[in-house]
Ligand binder design. Structure first.
Ligand SMILES: Nc1nc2c(c(=O)[nH]1)N[C@H]1C(S)=C(S)[C@@H](COP(=O)(O)OP(=O)(O)OC[C@H]3O[C@@H](n4cnc5c(N)ncnc54)[C@H](O)[C@@H]3O)O[C@H]1N2
Ligand code: MOO
Ligand SMILES: [Mg+2]
Length: 702
């Protein structure tokens, strides 16, 4: 018989940084290989990180490099950083509680601490996966309790005929496993603590216990799918609250002062590092003089010196009875305290060659001290507050100008999130594929439209391409790669926006994939709105951490957000505006300085689209049950100062969720609460502005 292939995955932050500190892999190997049934195991070390663990496991289960057995060691305890069971559980297709019981029972004979371990065992595809404690001793004891059964279990998992195997081997297996001859576990003092240190701080635990999936199990087939959605229908307001609650706090970064910072929100009050102006400067072209209160300033004076803007060097003090020629912005000579404009003077005498002014006559009699002079720091005082936490560095340039003028080298801002956009569906072809469509093919319009919209809001995007519904697993891998910033993702993303596959069809795989394969939590899967009913919002734990684990950046501690929007193009764009934008705004630090935020999270006016009141220019049909976000053109009247809303189409087809054209030219979503009949012409409704108001010369309603 060929020998079986095993792999050992050591899960430990410490060992991943210092492989020599791991003693478990070398302790497990001889137990496994003792009887010649196993090849020498592959060994890998990863940190306590859900994605690293899942990726390593999948590398050994999916694809040609699959192994019969994966033993994971570490991260199975109760410490906050222990997330191995949470990482492994969602990958398992068929659980093996018997092995779990066997390991715990054997360990309990040695120590009651066995109850403090949370092992997981089961089969993914053809591979048996088992988690063991982190300490070499605990891992060895657990493995010894089950090692004799493993070849049999693995062969069955890989598809061997179980009846033949039983006939041939069950008796000897039982004997080998020691069930007739007593336990093989030695009774020694035992300690299940991990060989890597865990902090026991009271930090925020990001990884939650894997919640029970509500979604369909795609493996069960359409015959067993739900015929009613298991997700409660939330109101839009409740959905927004869920998003607010699960959107992580913004991350502070230090950014250079240039165009790349435009659109960022300032994270810390900024104080002027330099005064503007730094010296006493003239505001006009003319002559610096020594003025005194109440004295007549007219008369003829020799031009003693010249001062230009930009000259360095030492300024010669102005002698009383003389003037200094000066240009706008140039420093005044010491002693001088006012400037007379060149227009208020006449040339009196020149130098012998006629080129230079020798004396000038001042015509103005009443120049006061300080006239036409900018005192140092009079534009911006040294150390004064120039920007406050929560201010936006606008594209207009005022904030960048202030930072630049005061010599501010870098500024603390909130990091703008990066958004990955993934389309899903077997029917999709690239929008620019030159070949004609065949069969049920659809051009992928969601990706280009969503990416354009996100970029127009100033966010970086990563094009994650199209994930097919079949073969099984493509979506899971696409999402996993995107979260890690590998494969189709050119860099890691903070937020993933997907479209399609969230409703009730058997190929609507987003919800099961998020819950069952990625261990994510779906916070809502249905919203009472039109369009956009199946909109889904989930978080995926990224890395377990405590606040005292200094090695982790704030970004690593954050959960990743997934917005799974409906595939219908109008639904996708409307829900991007309504749900994704406020979350991106919050991640960008907008509203951080808003008092309202703490009590009513979505009342901060900075978050999401601006709301305005509009007058309906015609009847708008109402949906009896769902709040409608009706695509409309809003025009500003020049005569009565009001905003008027006109639908982009109200016939049966006009507002259909498949009709992306309902958003062409639209700049607003009119909020129509459910009801009977119509919103009446002339009635005032609320609208969300997606773009600038269109100007109008004419009144629409008379
Ligand atoms: N039995 C039920 N069926 C449906 C329900 C329901 O409650 N019960 N909800 C409907 C609603 S409302 C919507 S909205 C859609 C949502 O569908 P999915 O999100 O599952 O999306 P798909 O099934 O994948 O596709 C729907 C539609 O959109 C087209 N599509 C998908 N992606 C793209 C893209 N990137 N570019 C252009 N067009 C795309 C796709 O071809 C389909 O035509 O479900 C209803 N069904
Ligand atoms: O809710 Mo769906 O987005 O109407 O078509
Ligand atoms: Mg569908």
């Amino acid at each position: 018989m060929d020998r079986l292939k095993a792999a050992i995955l050591i899960v430990s932050d410490t060992a991943s940084q210092d492989p020599a500190s791991d003693k478990t892999a070398s302790a497990l190997t001889p137990i496994l290989t003792a009887e010649g049934k196993w090849e020498s195991p592959a060994i890998k070390i990863v940190p306590d990180n859900v994605f690293h663990i899942q990726q390593a496991v999948c590398d050994w289960t999916d694809g040609p490099n699959w192994h019969n057995l994966i033993l994971l060691s570490g991260g199975t305890g109760f410490a906050v950083r222990d997330i191995t069971p949470e990482a492994v559980s969602p990958l398992i297709h068929r659980h093996a509680p018997g092995l779990v019981h066997g390991m715990i029972a054997a360990s309990l004979k040695v120590t009651p601490f066995a109850m403090m371990s949370r092992p997981v065992a089961g089969v993914r595809d053809k591979t048996l996966i088992i988690t063991l404690p982190g300490s070499p001793k605990g891992a060895v004891e657990n493995l010894e309790a089950i090692v004799k059964l493993l070849p049999h279990a693995c062969l069955q998992s890989a598809g061997a005929n179980s009846r033949n195997m039983h006939a041939a081997g069950v008796k000897s297996l039982e004997a080998e496993a020691g069930f007739s001859s007593g336990s093989s576990v030695t009774q020694t003092q035992h300690n299940h603590h991990h060989h890597h240190h865990h902090g026991h701080g009271h930090g925020h635990v990001v990884v939650k216990a894997h919640t029970t999936p509500r979604s369909n199990d795609p493996a069960a087939g359409p015959g067993r799918r739900y015929r009613a959605s298991p997700y409660p229908m939330l109101s839009v307001e409740k959905a927004l609250c869920e998003i607010s609650e699960h959107t992580p706090e913004p991350i502070v970064i230090e950014a250079p002062v240039n165009a790349s910072t435009v659109g960022c929100v300032v994270a810390e009050d900024v104080y002027a590092a330099e005064a503007v102006p730094a010296y006493r400067a003239s505001t006009v072209d003319g002559y610096a003089i020594i003025a005194s209160e109440g004295a007549n300033t007219s008369g003829t004076f020799p031009v003693a010196s010249i001062t230009h803007a930009n000259v360095g060097g030492v300024l010669v003090p102005l002698q009383p009875g003389t003037v200094a020629r000066i240009t706008t912005g140039a420093p005044l000579p010491p002693n001088a305290n006012a400037v007379v404009m060149v227009e208020d003077t006449e040339l009196a005498t020149t130098t012998p060659d006629g080129n230079e002014e020798a004396t000038i006559q001042i015509l103005a009699e009443d120049i006061l001290p300080g006239e036409n002079v900018r005192e140092p720091g009079s534009d911006v005082a040294l150390g004064s507050k120039i920007l406050s936490r929560g201010d936006i560095i606008s594209p207009i340039g005022g904030e960048i100008g202030l930072l630049a003028a005061t010599g501010t080298q870098t500024v603390k801002v909130f990091k703008k999130p990066t958004v990955g956009v993934l389309s899903t569906g077997d029917e999709l072809v690239e929008h620019d594929d030159p070949r004609p469509l065949t069969g049920g093919q659809i051009r992928d319009s969601n990706r280009p439209s969503l990416i354009s919209c996100l970029q127009s809001w100033g966010f970086s995007t990563v094009d994650l391409g199209i994930a097919r519904d079949t073969p099984v697993g493509e979506l899971e891998h696409a999402l996993r790669d995107s979260l890690r910033g590998v494969g189709r993702a050119s860099s890691s993303v903070d937020v993933i926006v997907t479209t399609g596959g969230v409703s009730m069809g058997e190929l609507d795989l987003l919800k099961p994939t998020i819950e069952r394969s990625l261990g994510g939590t779906i916070h809502f899967g249905r919203v009472s709105m039109k369009p956009g009913k199946p909109t889904t919002f989930a978080t995926i734990p990224f890395k377990a951490a405590t606040s005292d684990s200094g090695a982790l950046t704030q970004q690593e501690r954050q959960s990743k957000l997934i917005f799974s929007l409906p595939g219908n193009p109008a639904s996708a764009l409307v829900t991007l505006n309504l749900f994704v934008l406020p979350s991106l705004h919050k991640l960008s630090g907008l509203g951080e300085n808003s008092q309202a935020l703490s009590t009513k999270p979505w009342m901060a006016p900075q978050l999401g689209l601006p709301r305005v009141a509009v007058v309906l220019t015609h009847h708008f049909p109402l949906d009896p049950k769902r709040t409608e976000y009706h695509r409309a053109v809003v025009t500003g009247s020049r005569s009565d100062g009001r905003l008027y809303a006109t639908s982009t189409g109200i016939d049966g087809v006009g507002q259909r969720s498949s009709r992306v054209g309902s958003l062409a030219a639209a700049n607003a979503l009119v909020i129509l609460r459910p009801g009977r009949g119509v919103g009446i012409k002339g009635e005032i409704m609320e609208a969300l502005m997606m773009g600038p108001v269109h100007a109008s010369d004419t009144r629409i309603i008379c």
